[in-house]
Design a protein around this ligand. Structure first.
Ligand code: HEM
Length: 74
């Protein structure tokens, strides 16, 4: 499947736990892989903050911290 646009995505600009979970754990049976073993909590917080606020996205509530990633990782 073609990767959906991150710009203008309601999922990406919605509650940050959603994009954090997607980047950490991937999406089963799609090309979207889990990055939780390659990227630190700090890296994932940074990339989620970036995609939530880059391009036309302005989800300023999604300034993710490493602790937010650890909370989703459990
Ligand atoms: C660190 C880099 C990446 C980030 C931050 C990222 C982020 C995301 C996010 C947030 C979504 C959900 C989008 C939405 O539902 O609106 C998504 C979905 C997806 N991504 Fe990634 N992604 C990354 C790398 C990749 C790579 C390298 C691939 C392919 C080789 C990929 C393929 C996909 C696909 C196919 C989906 C749709 C999955 C589905 O159908 O539910 N992603 N990605």
């Amino acid at each position: 499947m073609k990767a959906p646009a991150l710009a203008g995505s309601k999922f990406v600009t919605g509650a940050e736990a959603g994009p954090i979970d997607t980047v950490l754990n991937g999406r089963p049976n799609t090309a979207m892989q889990a990055f939780g073993k390659q990227l630190s909590a700090t890296d994932i917080a940074a990339v989620v903050t970036y995609i939530s606020n880059a391009w036309s996205n302005k989800a300023t509530a999604n300034i993710a911290q490493p602790a937010d990633v650890l909370a989703v990782r459990k």
